[in-house]
Write a protein that binds this ligand. Structure first.
Ligand SMILES: [Mg+2]
Length: 278
């Protein structure tokens, strides 16, 4: 593992030959990268899956099941939710059970998640909560800075497009991205972060080094790197909203992150360095 260095006390750089100053497009993931509305989703998804696997009569302990589920759920984080459910069905089959259609699991998961997050959405809708209360700290300021530099911003999420649109609007984020908002579709084979990255490069005549990406999931970090872009991992602690979540950081470094940050409080320093302004 190569040594990393610190641009300042919160910005860790992991690639020495990082191409700076040429970015024209910036790709953002949504949940955990900008939006905190769905904070805590793994605590809904993982126990639900452990329950389903437990029902197969497997001899594994709850701890073993939890570890196995957490591993594939987080590895697939960033892809559409349906892929996590397809894997669940596969895991049920491996243990001798007969799974339901993965889409049914996806709906059940969504119903359970809504119970956790409905009050957040309602508070935003009614104005009782302000957008900054449910976004990664300084998201709006970061997006504003990027827009001011003339970059085109793209939003791509593994969450269903209709929810991404609605939640981005509630958080006052839509204007930065429209019309470039992408999310999961029912015909899930027609959407992937790889397809989005390829499409952004092709339609805008961008080369890989002109793409900058921000994400907290394995998949987007991997895809931005694969395309030759620079990937900034946001290893935010979604509960404390300050500092690095070490577990996230490790996974994102494994995915190929070039830079790791906790949230966007240091965005002026990060951007002036990335855009080679000093
Ligand atoms: Mg995410």
């Amino acid at each position: 593992m190569m040594a990393s260095w610190w641009l300042d006390e919160e910005i860790e750089v992991l690639r020495s030959d990082l191409p700076r100053g040429r970015f024209r497009g910036v790709l953002f993931d949504f949940d955990g990268t900008l939006s905190l509305i769905r904070e805590g989703w793994p605590q809904v998804m993982i126990p639900m899956m452990v329950e389903k696997l437990r029902a197969t009569g497997t001899a594994e302990s709850d701890e073993q099941l939890h570890a196995a589920v957490e591993d594939f759920v987080m590895r697939l984080n960033g892809r559409q939710t349906i892929y996590q459910m397809i894997q669940l069905a596969e895991e049920i089959r491996k243990r001798g059970g007969t799974p339901k259609d993965p889409l049914e699991y996806k709906h059940e998961y969504h119903d359970r998640l809504m119970q956790r997050i409905r009050s957040r959405i309602e508070a935003l809708e009614s104005g009782k909560a302000a957008p900054h209360e449910w976004t990664v700290p300084e998201s709006h300021a970061l997006l504003e800075s990027l827009r001011r530099r003339g970059l085109t911003l793209y939003l791509a999420s593994g969450t269903d497009l209709k929810f991404v649109r609605q939640e981005a609007k509630l958080l006052g984020l839509s204007d930065y991205f429209e019309p470039h908002i992408y999310g999961a579709l029912d015909d899930y084979q027609n959407f992937s972060k790889r397809m989005i990255v390829e499409r952004i490069l092709r339609e805008n005549n961008l080369s890989g080094e002109e793409l900058l990406g921000f994400g907290d999931g394995f998949v987007e970090i991997e895809e931005v790197r694969r395309a030759g872009g620079v990937a900034v991992a946001v290893a935010s602690d979604e509960v404390a909203r300050q500092g690095i979540n070490q577990w996230k950081r490790r996974r994102l470094v494994d995915a190929g992150a070039d830079i790791v940050i906790p949230e966007y409080r240091r965005h002026p320093r990060l951007l002036s360095w990335l855009f080679a302004e000093n």
